[in-house]
Design a binder for this molecule. Sequence first.
Ligand code: GLA
Length: 384
Amino acid sequence: MHDPVAFRSLHRARFHAEPAVFAAPGRVNLIGEHTDYAEGFVMPAAIDFATLAGVSPRTDGKIAIYSENYGEERSFEAAALPAQANHHWSDYPIGVVKVLAGEGHRIPGFSLSLWSDVPLSAGLSSSAALVVSTALAVESLTGASYPGPVVARLCQRAENEFVGANCGIMDQFVSANGAQDHALLLDCRDLSFRLAPIPPHVALVIANTMVKHSVAGGGYKSRRAEVEAACAVIARHRPGVKFLRDATLDDLDKWGREMEPKSLMRARHIISENLRTVAASEALLRGDLEELGRLMAEAHASYSRDFEASCVEADAMVELAQDLPGLIGARLTGGGFGGCTVNLVEQAQAAAFSEALGARYTAQFGMVPQIYICHASGGAHRLD
Ligand code: GLA
């Protein structure tokens, strides 16, 4: 989908230097939603949409960053980076530079070009693709070489500490560590992970409701607060419970009445979602796609009913897919409140499925959804 040759010449024309080019993918989450910051389990896959970051050193001490998507260039002094975010796309790359500087790296002046085909505000982690590709690019200038899980942690910190997005680790992790044709079951407590092959006859059909999603939005923050409040109630009785990862449905039976009703609902989603995510990875590993599809349906119901993170359009997009030939499982993916559904679909039926789903959605909402037939791709890397 991307054209590194054209990208290189774009950088050369603007900055008069040959760039080193890095690519980092977006992601789709198959199951495990809002469980990452509860130190639970997630099972995303990197997808074949990516951000390219081209970097070349400069001698004037400046950091010039050009975004082809926004058609805009910003310039900073490497020795005097902004103290605060500006609510601008450049916050993401600058956040990465600041985190790397905080790790003790001397950051030289450089020119950075950015280009992306990860759909924006669609819940497909365009921001993770941006920070991870930037991190690899800037790292290459400093001589550092961090392993993928460390890159993910540094990038999460850039988003948490500088950009001000209170996200978990899932998106940056899979962007940095994804593997072609595999989903990645991640334990967000210790960042250990296991790869599960997605059979070649299965496509990831991603259907964009065209309702904009944002992690910076109020819904994500308030859900996270409710999850943490539920955990605090359980921890009063069981001090070993630091995150909902440590809690059980039994804890909710015992102490749920001490929680705000909404917190109880959020906790029920998180605790059951952790169980479903591990079960889903086992189903995928043994090739039991029917069970995987069933778990995805349960996960969607829980996300919509208990977590209340869906919307009319996403519920409809899942519903409209149900009786289409080739469907294995469908659910809303990502942070919620809009964005995309993920549909596991028999590859041979994927084109007809996409067309029929799009037509049904348009008939219901008068909007043409973007539908992408994707495959699990590899994680971030340098392009030679
Ligand atoms: C966003 C966040 C992730 C995760 C998901 C919900 O994508 O960036 O950390 O919390 O939402 O599963």
